[in-house]
Every structure is written in structure tokens, then in C-alpha cells.
Design a protein around this ligand. Structure first.
Ligand code: CDP
Length: 223
């Protein structure tokens, strides 16, 4: 999919786009790759989670499209350095919790929310001359002219096992069911569905080490 929007970002930035479903390794690989290349890293999922957190905290129904869109335009979000601050409140723990995880797909399907967050993501990268951005639509919509586009995959059981190691208080079955539900919503939605961007390098992370994948990707970045 190409970006036909008039405010498409300049091609001169060193942007690396990493997309893929939950548990495919985006965050671990994205952070490591950014460190190796001396670039900053942006977890765009944390931004969708941050808007969802702000809505729930104010008692806003995530299904209320217009109110959530207005909130997205107003909310203060800072997702740098692994700490997620939403309207001045450290929400790093809560944004990964079950309430936000349950509601985030609905917020992410809101086209106006996406327009606002994509605008902020482009601004973030333009201010820095580039960066490693990770999400669902980075290579397809946010930066279709990224210098490197990566689509990570892994077997559903592997992704669920990785995620259930991170969230200790939920069973493997609960985590696996949640991932399958979110995969279906993310792939089936109308606004910027999760898909392999044109020209993306596809890597299956099921049986490969992080070191090996990071080295391979670093070697693909034009010098
Ligand atoms: O970490 P995990 O893969 O569980 O999800 P995340 O990256 O934190 O993203 C949470 C949700 O935000 C996803 O399930 C998507 O619905 C949405 N998202 C999106 O629509 N577009 C992005 N660029 C990033 C996340």
C-alpha cells in the first residue's frame, strides 16, 4: 500500500519500520537495532495504549468514536525511554494491564485516532532525522519510504509463550486467546490493517536468536 497523503514524510530520514503481530519480537529487536545503529526507538503501540488508558481513566467508552478522537488530539503522551507518561501520569505498568489490552484494538480501529497518532509519529522521526519505529502500519502508512522495512512473524504458540512469560499472572491459554483475538481485529479492521508492507523484509523469529536477527537487519541498512 502506498501513501498518497499530501503530508507524506520526506524520504531523506533514516527511518527503520518494524511491523508484525504481538509477540513477534518487534520491541526486543527494535530496541537492540536502534542501540546498535545509534538511533532512537519509538514503540507506537504504547501510544495507542496510552490513548486507551486516558479514555478508561476518564470513564470514556472506547466505542465512543468522536469523544475518543477528540481525546487523542488533546492528550499529552511521552513514550520515550520505555517510560510511558500520559497527561503527566506514569502509566508504564497500567498500559500493559488487562483493561487496556482488552480495549486497545477498538481505539486503534478509530480512523481519527490513527490520523492524530500517525501525525505525532512522523513529527517524532522528523525531529530526530529518523529512528526505529515499531508497530502495525509503520511500513505501510506512517513511513512507506523507510530505508528498511521489516515484517516480523512467529508461530502463534511461540508468540503466546513469549507473551505469557512477560505477564506472569495470566495463564498461557488466556494469553493465547487474547493474541488470537487481537490478531484478527488488527488484520481485519478497515483503517490501516496489519499487513506486510510492499518491499518489507519478512523474518520468521520462531527459531532464531535475537543476536542473529539484529545483525542481519543492521547489515541491510544502507550506509
Ligand atoms: O505489544 P503488543 O504487540 O501486544 O501490542 P502493542 O504493540 O502494544 O500494540 C497494541 C495494539 O495497538 C495493537 O494490538 C494494535 O491494535 C494497536 N496498534 C496499531 O494499531 N498500530 C500501531 N502502529 C501500533 C499498535
Amino acid at each position: 500500500m502506498s501513501d498518497a497523503s499530501p503530508d507524506a514524510p520526506p524520504a531523506s530520514l533514516t527511518v527503520i519500520a518494524i511491523d508484525g503481530p504481538a509477540g513477534s519480537g518487534k520491541s526486543t529487536i527494535g530496541r537492540r537495532l536502534a542501540g546498535d545503529l545509534g538511533l532512537e526507538y519509538l514503540d507506537t503501540g504504547a501510544m495507542y495504549r496510552g490513548v486507551t488508558f486516558a479514555a478508561l481513566r476518564r470513564g470514556i467508552d472506547p466505542a465512543d468514536t468522536d469523544v475518543v478522537a477528540r481525546l487523542a488530539r488533546q492528550v499529552e503522551l511521552d513514550v520515550t525511554n520505555g517510560v510511558v507518561v500520559v497527561d503527566g501520569v506514569d502509566a508504564s505498568i497500567e498500559i500493559r494491564g488487562p483493561e487496556v489490552t482488552r480495549a486497545v484494538s477498538m481505539v486503534a480501529a478509530n480512523a481519527e485516532v490513527r490520523t492524530e497518532l500517525v501525525r505525532r509519529q512522523r513529527e517524532w522521526a522528523i525531529e530526530r532525522g529518523g529512528g526505529v519505529l515499531e508497530g502495525r502500519d509503520i511500513g505501510s502508512v506512517v513511513f512507506p519510504n523507510a530505508v528498511l522495512k521489516v515484517y516480523l512473524t512467529a508461530a502463534p504458540e511461540t508468540r503466546a509463550a513469549r507473551r505469557s512469560q512477560e505477564v506472569m499472572d495470566l495463564s498461557y491459554e488466556t494469553v493465547a486467546a487474547d493474541l488470537a483475538r487481537r490478531d484478527a481485529l488488527d488484520q481485519g479492521r478497515e483503517a490501516s490493517p496489519l499487513e506486510q508492507a510492499e518491499g518489507a523484509v519478512v523474518i520468521d523469529t520462531t527459531d532464531r536468536s535475537i543476536d542473529e536477527i539484529v545483525a542481519e537487519l543492521a547489515g541491510m541498512v544502507p550506509g
